[in-house]
Design a protein around this ligand. Structure first.
Ligand SMILES: [Zn+2]
Length: 477
């Protein structure tokens, strides 16, 4: 990185206003494409349509995008903007095009109408993650416009001032594991993902705690291990109850799995808690510090006092391996005692926990009595991922947030869930959750993910676009 960085004021206020308007318009068009995953019969090609729409916009900007379609209707799109090649490996702007389903019953706006109300854009994908798609697109459009303004061809000439390439890759299928998206791309088009670093969904979003605006930057993600537990009982007549009714055994299985386990504070969370505690007012800070102590009762009390339940749930999940029994099946008729039951459990593992380690935890919770009646089968495992919480790119994320929000407190954090970062990890690209938004303190951002009335604030996007632009400009200049 050169010492002199191009400031965002290179395109002054009015240009950002127009760019934000364009961003919002693009976001609304993307929301109106129901790129739902799992793919439904009434919208079989939503991801491909979204990929094609983005490709059209990129082409209008003078670029030459590529689309892949590994399975019919499952489209991913990519474009490369060139630097002069003297700055090292590229920077990747990564996103996904698919969204989870949105049963409309409890929404106050049609989830695919992209209504604007009270300063928010409503719709499925508004936060997960079409807003970031539109922000990254906005940065790419701006860079292409700068090339055109200098009389250059952005499809082939280096963008003025860029020393590294910028990759823009939007994938299908993130919400179902990425097999038809980022995983396929990593295996078949690794050059779409291979970079010095990637900016992806979720982090860089303000969270107001005890009156302080924190900006957790996602440098790690928990892994996952899902198990199917087949519970064996004995079939019989419902008139003569049995202790080894498989439904009754399954209830005991669920009860033992669902208890929160012991805490284990990983290095990223140690740093998060220390920095947050130092930044918060005295009382809240010392409560937060208690989370990294070895008294679980004190830690739990601290969570209840210091945090809104939404953040407490997230923090609780980040301090331990978690187990959530999410599927249970038993029984065929009210008067037949079931001899078989199925329980599926979603385990999320901290860095340092292996799949055999997680399985051992599941068996230990069942105990020898219940374990003897259960077969535990692995459904899927994904390892945790980590990127360095130091170095040029991370430091730049921190300094750029501070510059755009002098009261903001950027700090590294882990996400309790997985993203496409597990696939960029396979090609060696450190990936950061960084989709910068400065939110209203009362906005229930974490509850918008996959939730009802998903929405994003237009003012937050207006703040975030120049932040993202500055990061890209500075890292690549
Ligand atoms: Zn997402």
């Amino acid at each position: 990185m050169s010492a002199v960085a191009a400031p965002s004021t290179a395109i002054a206020g009015p240009a950002w206003t127009a760019a934000t308007d364009e961003l919002v318009a693009s976001l609304r068009e993307l929301i109106r494409i129901p790129s739902v995953n799992p793919v439904s019969a009434d919208a079989p090609d939503g991801e491909l349509r979204a990929a094609r729409l983005i490709a059209t916009w990129l082409t209008e900007a003078g670029l030459r995008p590529e689309i892949v379609e590994p399975e019919p209707g499952r489209g991913s799109v990519h474009v490369r903007l060139r630097g002069d090649g003297t700055g090292g490996e590229p920077l990747l702007l990564l996103s996904h095009l698919d969204v989870v389903p949105a049963p409309p019953d409890r929404w106050t706006h049609d989830p695919f109408a992209a209504d604007i109300a009270d300063g928010y854009v409503y719709g499925r994908g508004a936060v997960d993650m079409k807003a970031m798609v539109a922000m990254e697109l906005g940065v790419v459009r701006q860079l292409a416009a700068e090339a055109r303004a200098a009389g250059l061809d952005p499809a082939s000439d280096p963008i003025p001032g860029l020393r590294r390439d910028v990759l823009f890759t939007c994938t299908a299928d993130e919400e179902a594991g990425g097999l038809a998206g980022a995983k396929w791309v990593a295996e078949n088009r690794p050059e779409w993902l291979r970079a010095a670093g990637a900016l992806n969904e979720c982090g860089g979003v303000s969270a107001t705690i005890a009156g302080r605006r924190l900006y957790p930057i996602q440098v790690a993600e928990k892994g996952f291990a899902a198990y199917r537990i087949a519970v064996r009982g004995t079939w019989g007549h419902g008139s003569m109850p049995r202790e080894d009714n498989a439904a009754v055994l399954a209830a005991a299985v669920i009860e033992r799995l669902a208890v929160p386990g012991p805490t284990r504070i990983t290095p990223v969370m140690t740093r998060f808690l220390a920095q947050a505690a130092a930044a918060l007012p005295e009382d809240a800070g010392s409560l937060l510090a208690a989370l990294s102590g070895d008294d679980p009762a004190r830690a739990e009390a601290a969570l209840a006092v210091a945090c809104d339940p939404m953040y407490a749930r997230a923090l609780r999940a980040l301090l331990r391996d978690t187990l959530s029994p999410d599927v249970v099946h038993a029984g065929i008729k009210y008067n037949v005692i079931p001899g078989d039951a199925i329980v599926e459990v979603d385990c999320r593992v901290l860095p340092g926990t292996t799949e055999p380690g997680m399985r051992a935890q599941v068996l230990a919770r069942l105990g020898p009595d219940l374990a003897a009646a259960c077969d535990v089968e692995l459904i899927v495992f994904g390892a945790p991922v980590e990127a360095p919480a130091e170095g040029t790119l991370f430091d730049l994320l921190v300094s750029t947030i501070r510059e755009h929000d002098p009261e903001g407190i950027p700090l590294p954090v882990m996400a309790p869930f997985a993203t496409d970062a597990k696939h960029t990890a396979t090609v060696g690209t450190p990936t950061y959750g960084f989709s910068p938004l400065r939110l209203d303190p009362d906005e229930r951002f974490l509850e918008r993910f996959h939730g009802v009335d998903e929405r994003v604030s237009i003012e937050a996007l207006r703040w975030g676009l120049p932040v993202l632009y500055d990061v890209v400009r500075r890292f690549c200049s």
